[in-house]
Design a binder for this molecule. Structure first.
Ligand code: ADP
Ligand code: RBF
Ligand code: MG
Length: 183
C-alpha cells in the first residue's frame, strides 16, 4: 500500500524541550518539535492525532536544563535551555528510522498548549535536544484519546508502535526511506 495523499508530508525541524514527562512518566521519550513546523507542513488543518512515518536525526547530542517550574500552573512547560555537546549522534546520525508522532493537547494530561512530539523506534545513547530532525509523515493512525490510567496510555502507544512497524515494512512506505528528502 503506498502513502495516500496528502502523504508523504515532509517536515524539516529541530528538537525542542517539552514537559519532560515522556521518559519519566511513560518510559517512552518523545522528541518535541515546534508545533508551528507541524502546522506549516500541509497536513489538512493541522489535524491532531497520532501519525506514523520515518525520522532522521543529525547533529550532536545535547541536554536540556530546566528552570524552576511555574508553581501556579503545571499545565505550562517550564522554561528551558539547550546545552549542546560535541558528541555526534552515533550510530543513528543520518539513519532513517521508524517513528510515531503525537500532535495535540494530550487529553490525558490536559495540556493548555498543543505539542508535536515524535517517538523514534531506536535506542539512543543519550539525549539529542537541539538536533536537526527530518520527518516523513506517511499516515494517520488514530485520534488522541483520554485514558483511565498511565498503563492504559502506555499500552495504546505500544500498539501504535506495532502498527507503525507493520505499515512501514510494506513496499510503498519502505521506498520513502531512500527518498531524496533524507539524503
Ligand atoms: P520532553 O518533554 O522534553 O520532550 P521527554 O521525556 O519526552 O522530554 O524526552 C525526550 C528527549 O529524549 C528527546 O528530546 C530526545 O533528546 C531524547 N530521546 C532519547 N531517545 C529517544 C527516542 N527513541 N525518541 C525520541 N526522543 C528520544
Ligand atoms: N497523550 C494523550 O493524552 N492521548 C493519547 O491518545 C496519546 N497518544 C500518544 C501516542 C503516541 C504514539 C505518543 C508518542 C504519545 C501519545 N500521547 C498521548 C502523548 C503522551 O501523553 C506524551 O508523549 C507525554 O505526555 C509526554 O509528553
Ligand atoms: Mg517529549
Amino acid at each position: 500500500m503506498p502513502p495516500v495523499l496528502p502523504y508523504p508530508v515532509f517536515i524539516d525541524s529541530h528538537v525542542i524541550g517539552g514537559f519532560g514527562r515522556g521518559s519519566s512518566d511513560l518510559g517512552i521519550p518523545t522528541a518535541n518539535i515546534p508545533p508551528s513546523d507541524f502546522l506549516a507542513s500541509g497536513i489538512p488543518k493541522g489535524q491532531t492525532g497520532i501519525y506514523f512515518g520515518f525520522a532522521k536525526i543529525s547533529g550532536t547530542y545535547g541536554t536540556l536544563v530546566r528552570h524552576a517550574l511555574p508553581e501556579d500552573d503545571a499545565s505550562k512547560p517550564p522554561s528551558t535551555e539547550i546545552v549542546q555537546t560535541e558528541k555526534p549522534i552515533l550510530p543513528a546520525d543520518g539513519i532513517v528510522l521508524p517513528m510515531v508522532m503525537s500532535v495535540g493537547w494530550n487529553p490525558f494530561y490536559g495540556n493548555s498548549e498543543p505539542s508535536a512530539e515524535v517517538h523514534i523506534v531506536h535506542k539512543f545513547a543519550d539525549q539529542f535536544y537541539g538536533a536537526d530532525i527530518k520527518l516523513a509523515v506517511l499516515g494517520y493512525i488514530r485520534a488522541e484519546k483520554n485514558f483511565e490510567s498511565v498503563e492504559a496510555l502506555i499500552e495504546e502507544i505500544m500498539n501504535d508502535i506495532r502498527k507503525a512497524k507493520e505499515y512501514l515494512a510494506e513496499d510503498g512506505f519502505k521506498q520513502i526511506e531512500s527518498s531524496e528528502f533524507f539524503k
